[in-house]
Design a protein around this ligand. Structure first.
Ligand SMILES: Cc1cc2nc3c(=O)[nH]c(=O)nc-3n(C[C@H](O)[C@H](O)[C@H](O)COP(=O)(O)OP(=O)(O)OC[C@H]3O[C@@H](n4cnc5c(N)ncnc54)[C@H](O)[C@@H]3O)c2cc1C
Ligand code: SF4
Length: 345
């Protein structure tokens, strides 16, 4: 804020400047690494001894484990990634796991870093000219606007919130969420990175693994358990509202006024996954058509009663309704087939 109470840059929100696709340039910085000391190595060995058959691997464990190391991780982020954080906040890459994200959530959630001092350090980078406003505002918005918001929702609505399933989903989570063994490149990449790093960035969680679970009607408890199991930053108070509310819209729109449902076009716009995929993102029907496309329209069609009167969804229904009847039927049949053969995708 400026001293006279106005937002810096005369705008409250720079979300529209946070949506660039990343083409490999500028190069993404290497993530901050700490080589495990003897105590950490002992703990890693214990985990290997007891949980060797669980999801993921700790072969490349390099996270900070003390406040001092977490502070260095924050400084590393400010020096090397923050300047581009805003531009590429929503980007995904076939070749790069971490992009310009801070990788600070594990430390914030375990108390190794304090959210307020973290935000203050990032804001200071704006005042000293080390980072642009769309990056600094974007980062602070994630913490104050999302992290604190979902924390409030959790403590306000639990324990009943965990039981919500307003879209009436019953499907079990496909097994490939545990193996990454799917021909859908975007999902394979997000799950594979989650297994290697215990990390996937927000757009992979929301628009790839989350979006697929939403479109296919996975039971909220199943997909919540998955997110809770696979990420290093996972704690119920932050995972649950993000998954059940933001991703699955299982709370009837309490957390978000519209579901984050998207077709393959969104993933194509924000990543280079589609060019390496078995499926064709431009197609909605046919054997090689991108599953996200027919599943998206199937979701829109089967939830007409839930969403047709939502002002933020009317354009989707208008677009759907104006397609020729024969095409709509072909897309719905393809959607049905995909749902029946979900394990084979
Ligand atoms: C389905 C789903 C499940 C999620 N589960 C968790 C979880 O268990 N624990 C967790 O910390 N985050 C969770 N998130 C939010 C977000 O994906 C992670 O906080 C983020 O990817 C962590 O990486 P980062 O530190 O590099 O984040 P950055 O992209 O660098 O963002 C900076 C910080 O903002 C905060 N933040 C950003 N988005 C959110 C959000 N939606 N909710 C809460 N905090 C946010 C985090 O503290 C993060 O460290 C989830 C999101 C989704 C869509
Ligand atoms: S074509 Fe579809 S399934 Fe393949 S990467 Fe693109 S969005 Fe994902």
């Amino acid at each position: 804020m400026t001293p006279d109470g106005k937002p810096e840059g005369e705008q409250w929100n720079f979300d529209a400047s946070n949506r660039k696709k990343w083409s490999g340039k500028p190069p993404a910085p290497a993530p901050f690494r700490v080589e495990p000391d003897a105590v950490t190595r002992d703990v890693l060995q214990l985990v290997d001894d007891h949980f060797a058959d669980h999801f993921g691997s700790n072969d490349d464990f390099h996270f900070a484990v003390t406040h001092e190391q977490a502070q260095q991780a924050l400084e590393h982020f400010i020096d090397f990634a923050l300047p581009c954080f805003g531009d590429y906040q929503d980007a995904m890459s076939d070749h790069e796991d971490w992009l310009f994200h801070s990788i600070l959530s594990p430390y914030l959630n375990t108390g190794l870093l304090d959210p307020v001092t973290t935000c203050e350090a990032v804001v200071q980078a704006w005042y000293s000219g080390r980072a642009p406003l769309n990056a600094v505002e974007g980062f602070v918005r994630q913490i104050i606007g999302w992290r604190e918001f979902v924390r409030g929702i959790y403590w306000l609505l639990m324990p009943g919130y965990a039981q919500e399933n307003r879209l009436g989903n019953t499907r079990a989570l496909p097994w490939f969420y545990w193996t990454g063994d799917t021909k859908m490149r975007c999902l394979h990449k997000a799950i594979d990175a989650s297994a290697r790093n215990a990390y996937a960035h927000h757009i992979q969680r929301l628009m790839v693994t989350g979006n697929f679970a939403l479109l296919t009607g996975i039971e909220p408890a199943d997909i919540c358990d998955w997110y809770l199991a696979v990420y290093i930053d996972a704690f119920d108070w932050v995972e649950l509202p993000n998954t059940l509310g933001m991703v699955m819209h299982a709370d009837g729109g309490y957390l978000g006024s519209k579901p984050y449902a998207a077709s393959g076009k969104y993933i194509q716009r924000m990543s280079d996954h589609c060019q390496n995929c078995h499926y064709r993102v431009q197609d909605a029907t046919g054997e090689r058509a991108c599953p996200f496309n027919a599943l998206y329209w199937h979701f829109i069609d089967r939830h007409r009663d839930d969403f047709a009167n939502n002002p933020r969804m009317t354009m989707m229904y208008r677009n759907w309704d104006k397609q020729p009847e024969q095409r709509r039927q072909a897309i719905i049949s393809r959607g049905e087939w995909l749902l029946e053969h979900i394990e084979e995708l």
